[in-house]
Structures are given as structure tokens and as C-alpha cells.
Design a protein around this ligand. Structure first.
Ligand SMILES: Nc1ncnc2c1ncn2[C@@H]1O[C@H](COP(=O)(O)OP(=O)(O)OP(=O)(O)O)[C@@H](O)[C@H]1O
Ligand SMILES: [Mg+2]
Length: 312
């Protein structure tokens, strides 16, 4: 079952010559965590705004939870939750009041509302702060509360536009845990956007890499990285004086760099090759102090397709 089906979607803003979203197509399966990963201005927020019915597409179609975003806006809106890129809490209200206000908009009855508020506060670990005004929350707490608000009405699909933007590494990790738990416990389909390759890599079953309005690659993080193919294996030697030819001669080594007492070998499936490398070193009497295997990252994938880095 598809939670989202996007066909040939295009958006040109009035006054802009170019397409902010340029004929993109993708589908997201029910229960999946899916990311749109890309640099500033790639068109991520524009895509999210169309899928959440806040913006009209110039052409193309999109269905969310089975409903057309242009023809059946109300049904789409009832099926989704949104956490915007820009903060949108009422800072004068407490955490609980913010949640309560939102749940009322969705017509959730008092008893259920109270239960649900406790549930979502617990998931994002804000029970203690529930009755504090949001103005006194830290950045991470505000983001956690927005996340809680986004799914309080048990949406089928939850959209998170840059859920961890501006947060420190520790807080980011906690938000990741909440997102995973939410997806696992409640089975909600999650579509998020991010600049962070680690975020997409860690959280998502599949990632669409966006650049200049287009999806330039879409697959599981693993398949995307396998596309780059080569792993980098660095060996730290006991001495600077060793015969490098023994590694060059290995038929699976596709590239080779020597620097001081380090040698870096490029190869496919380095994880399977390390024993053979160790064996040849042992045979030739070369002592290896440490071995380090580096896998290509999604940043390498972006670089491969665009010639640029995501953050530039
Ligand atoms: N309301 C608007 N009017 C005109 N152009 C816009 C509008 N909103 C966005 N754009 C342009 O559309 C392009 C895509 O913007 P969008 O906000 O979708 O990118 P993004 O991938 O979300 O970027 P970021 O990572 O910075 O949030 C950009 O070139 C932007 O300047
Ligand atoms: Mg954006």
C-alpha cells in the first residue's frame, strides 16, 4: 500500500523563471520512514507544502493516504500531521495547552484528549515540563513538543520539515529516537526533509536525494552508497619502510595511496577483503598496527551525482 504517490510534480513560483520542484515522481510505502535529502533551495519544503495541501502544484499529481492533494484537500488534511521548518508553537501557552489546543482543532473529545496528551508527552519525555510556558523551553524541548503536537491526532502520515535543524548532536539523537519509536509503535508513515546525511542514513528506509528541484537518486541508503562502490581501507604500519608493492599487486585493489606509515587502499566490499590483506602482510612480514574501513557516505553519493557537497 502506498501512503504517498507523486507523479511528475512541478512547482513554479510566480515571478520565478525556474521550477522550484521540477517533474519529480516518487512513492512512499505505508509505515515507511522516507527522507528528502538535499542542500538549501533544493525544493524540499516546496514539495512538503504541496503534499500537505498548503501550496498548489503547477502541474503533476500527488496522492497522500489515497487522496488527491488538489481534489480532496480536506481528506488529505485529516490524514496528516505536520512539523514545519519554521517554529510554530504558541510561546505564551504551556506545553500541555499547545497540545490541547491542537487536539481540539481535530475534534478529539476531552477524555481521549487528556489520555493522548499524557501519551505523547511521555514519548518525547516532556511530562515534567507540561505545565511550563513554552517560552521557557530549550530549543530541543520546543522541537520535541512540536513533534508531539504533529502526531497527537494519530495521523496516517507525518511530515517533518527539517526536524532537527539547529539542534546539538545529543538532542538530535533524542529526536531521532522519538521518530523511530513513533514509527515503530504507532506505525505512522513518516516523510522528513533534511540536510543531514547521517540523519537520512540513520532513520530512513529509503532516501530521495534532491538537487535544484529534481530527485537525482532514490533508493535505500545502503544501495545508494553501494553505487559508489568502493570502500577505503587504511592500514597503519609499524614502520615507514615497507614494500608497498605487496598491496598494489592485490587484484581487488583499484586505487592506492601511501603517506608516511599509512597506506590507503580503495576496493569494493572492503569488509570481505580485510582477511586477505592481513594474510599478505603476514606472509611478507609487514606488521600492521591498525586497520580502518571507511564506507562511502550519502555525502559521497551527492558528490558523485552533482560534483558538489551538500553543505557549501
Ligand atoms: N514563496 C516563494 N516564492 C518564490 N520562490 C520561492 C518561494 N519559496 C521558495 N522559493 C524558491 O524555491 C526554491 C526551493 O525552495 P525550498 O524552500 O523548497 O527549498 P528547500 O529545499 O526547502 O531549502 P532549505 O533546505 O533551505 O529549507 C528556492 O530557490 C527558493 O528560493
Ligand atoms: Mg526547506
Amino acid at each position: 500500500m502506498w501512503a504517498i504517490e507523486v507523479r511528475d510534480l512541478t512547482k513554479r513560483y510566480r515571478g520565478n523563471g525556474f521550477a522550484a520542484v521540477d517533474h519529480i515522481s516518487f512513492s512512499v510505502e505505508s509505515g515507511e520512514i522516507f527522507a528528502l535529502l538535499g542542500p538549501n533551495g533544493a525544493g524540499k519544503t516546496t514539495t512538503i507544502k504541496i503534499l500537505t495541501t498548503l501550496l498548489k502544484p503547477t502541474s503533476g499529481t500527488a496522492k497522500v493516504a489515497g487522496f488527491d492533494v488538489s481534489k480532496d484537500k480536506d481528506s488529505v488534511r485529516k490524514s496528516i500531521g505536520i512539523v514545519f521548518q519554521e517554529p510554530s508553537l504558541d510561546w505564551r501557552l504551556t506545553g500541555r495547552e499547545n497540545l490541547d489546543f491542537h487536539a481540539r482543532i481535530y475534534g478529539i473529545g476531552r477524555k481521549e484528549r487528556e489520555e493522548r496528551i499524557e501519551e505523547v508527552l511521555k514519548l518525547v519525555e516532556l511530562e515534567d515540563k507540561a505545565d511550563v510556558v513554552v517560552d521557557k523551553y530549550s530549543g530541543g524541548m520546543k522541537r520535541s513538543l512540536e513533534l508531539a503536537r504533529g502526531f497527537i491526532h494519530s495521523p496516517k502520515v507525518l511530515f517533518l520539515d527539517e526536524p532537527t535543524l539547529g539542534l546539538d548532536t545529543h538532542t538530535r539523537r533524542r529526536i531521532w529516537d522519538y521518530i523511530r519509536e513513533l514509527n515503530g509503535k504507532e506505525g505512522v508513515t513518516i516523510v522528513l526533509t533534511t540536510h543531514h546525511m547521517e540523519e537520512a542514513d540513520y532513520l530512513c528506509e529509503r532516501v530521495g536525494i534532491m538537487d535544484q528541484g529534481k530527485i537525482i537518486a532514490l533508493d535505500t541508503p545502503k544501495n545508494l552508497k553501494d553505487l559508489i562502490g568502493s570502500d577505503l581501507v587504511s592500514l597503519e604500519m609499524n614502520t615507514r619502510d615497507y614494500n608497498t608493492d605487496i598491496f598494489k599487486k592485490l587484484d581487488f585493489v583499484t586505487d592506492f595511496r601511501k603517506h608516511d606509515d599509512f597506506v590507503t587502499l580503495k576496493m569494493e566490499r572492503g569488509d570481505l577483503r580485510i582477511p586477505a590483506i592481513m594474510e599478505v602482510a603476514r606472509r611478507e612480514g609487514v606488521e600492521i598496527k591498525s586497520v580502518n574501513l571507511r564506507k562511502p557516505s550519502l555525502e559521497d553519493v551527492f558528490l558523485h551525482f552533482t560534483g558538489r557537497r551538500i553543505r557549501e
